[in-house]
Design a protein around this ligand. Structure first.
Ligand code: PGA
Length: 256
């Protein structure tokens, strides 16, 4: 079983041109273990600059670039939206889809997420699909049902075979930006559930899907989290804005 690890930075609506420079120069000497991809997802206005600086520093084999969202439509009268084709033109390779902030503040549904995943795959880009339960859902033992209800519409839309080109980020909503991380055991148990859920549809595909943990990952807790058998890296918010901390997190990941 060869599964690559991914460390993805989700800058959210943070960062500026100065951070683009600092991050690129900081990552020039990042030490990575085997089979690790680093993906930086700045806000859309910075994508083009990020790619240009990355290329001029000869870092395109080390750093991949991702967007934080995309439209499910190909083109047309959708003011403010960004299409997969536009991202392709900018050499973007990954797209975060269905982050809990998008589900919560912009009412994105799992059906819409499924449509976006389909659009992203059709454009040859890699979706990072975010799923996760709220604090109340965890407390009332609905976690597995919630994760299943977020994943099933995507399986129905694209078919399980296409998950070979998909990355999933499990992010418990209560752990995002709160400093409360899931324990190693809880994170592993939930990742295992996700893999088993996919395996019910296709075991060999399930064993190849990178499953990232997200939610208050930092330079102190990353190593133990990434050592869990079903955790293949992380989706990093706050700590990805601090170059030295982010580099430590990148160095802790390893393909399995
Ligand atoms: P956090 O955010 O690392 O700041 O908790 C993670 C995310 O929302 O992707």
């Amino acid at each position: 079983m060869a599964r690559r690890a991914i460390v993805a930075a989700n800058w959210k609506m943070n960062g500026d041109l100065a951070l683009v420079d600092t991050m690129i120069s900081g990552l020039t000497n990042v030490k990575l273990q085997d089979d690790v991809s680093v993906v930086i997802c700045p806000s859309s206005p910075y994508l083009s600059e990020f790619v240009a600086k990355r290329n001029s520093n000869n870092l395109s084999s080390v750093i991949h670039v991702g967007a934080q969202n995309v439209s499910e439509h190909q083109s047309g009268a959708y003011t403010g939206q960004i299409s997969t084709k536009m991202l392709q033109e900018l050499s973007v390779e990954f797209v975060i889809i269905g982050h809990s902030e998008r589900r919560r503040y912009y009412q994105e549904t799992s059906t819409q997420v499924a449509h976006k995943v389909n659009a992203v795959l059709n454009a040859g880009l890699t979706p990072i699909i975010c799923i996760g339960e709220s604090e109340t859902e965890r407390a009332t033992e609905q976690t597995e049902a919630v994760l299943a209800s977020q994943l099933q519409p995507v399986i129905d839309e694209i078919g399980i075979e296409k998950f070979i080109d998909v990355v999933i980020a499990y992010e418990p909503v209560w752990a995002i930006g709160t400093g409360k991380t899931a324990s190693n055991e809880m994170a592993q148990e939930t990742h295992k559930f996700i893999r088993q859920f996919l395996a019910k549809a296709n075991e060999s595909v399930a064993n190849k899907v990178p499953l990232l943990y997200g939610g208050s990952v930092n330079s102190s807790n990353c190593e133990e989290l990434f050592a869990q058998p079903d955790i293949d890296g992380g989706l990093i918010g706050g700590a990805s804005l601090q170059v030295e901390q982010f580099k430590i997190i990148c160095s802790a990941a390893k393909g399995k």
